[in-house]
Design a binder for this molecule. Structure first.
Ligand SMILES: N[C@@H](CCC(=O)N[C@@H](CS)C(=O)NCC(=O)O)C(=O)O
Length: 211
């Protein structure tokens, strides 16, 4: 499989974790978001929405990280990302949606660019915006956790796959995760003790560029 990805893209990061957890081999085609490569005609012919990730599979080209991860669960059910009984699966999906639907999109590059170029907000206001919505999402996620080893249950799930990239993003935007979200940082440690999560980290990617 071929994954169109960018080391720092949290939606790509989710799919990398999912592929690694399932033991699926893939190669990466880097699309440099900082240079605007997602806006090129070439990439637009792959994903008309001009967003990462996209996954080239035997079933064709797939887009949207949640659709890709649902497809992976259907194709490779030995290691499910949404697992347990119906109640647990609903819980996993709800936590994943807090971050994937209600938090990350608000700090997406195109949203931040629009705030600056079209609305005229300053750099400081942009940071305030990002920090506000990240804290809001992570607090809601945190408030719904039980005393489980992972976000839901004893095994890493779709909820953790969304959490780890969001914590990476939180730090990029200057949030002190260890002190503000202690419980989330503990779950992160547990996830990052697994190779599947480690290999998906931005700094492990072929296109990684140190800040
Ligand atoms: N809902 C989409 C979100 C995808 C997304 O936001 N991708 C970002 C990177 S994490 C992107 O490509 N941004 C490019 C831009 O904003 O121009 C998914 O889950 O795949």
């Amino acid at each position: 499989m071929k994954l169109y990805s960018y080391y720092r893209s949290s939606a790509s990061f989710r799919v990398r974790i999912a592929l690694n957890l399932k033991g699926v081999r893939y190669t990466q085609i880097p699309v440099n978001l900082k240079l605007g490569a997602q806006l090129s005609d070439d990439y637009q012919s792959i994903n008309p929405q001009r967003l990462l990730p996209a996954l080239e599979t035997s079933d064709g080209l797939l887009t949207q990280s949640f659709a890709i991860m649902a497809w992976l669960d259907e194709k490779f059910p030995e290691r499910l990302l949404v697992l347990g009984d119906a109640e647990q699966r609903a819980k996993i999906r709800a936590l994943a949606a807090i971050l994937g639907c209600d938090t990350q999109p608000l700090q997406n590059l195109r949203v931040l660019k629009y705030l600056s170029s079209e609305i005229g907000v300053t750099e400081a206001q942009r940071l305030q915006w990002s920090q506000h919505w990240i804290r809001d999402g992570l607090s809601a996620f945190d408030a719904q956790l039980k005393e489980d080893a992972y976000s839901v249950g004893k095994v890493a799930s779709l909820a953790d796959i969304c959490l780890i990239p969001q914590l990476y993003n939180a730090r990029r935007f200057g949030i002190d995760v260890a002190s503000e979200f202690k419980r989330l940082a503990e779950i992160e440690c547990r996830c990052l003790s697994q190779e599947a999560f480690q290999r998906a980290l931005p700094e492990q990617q072929p296109d990684y560029i140190p800040d």
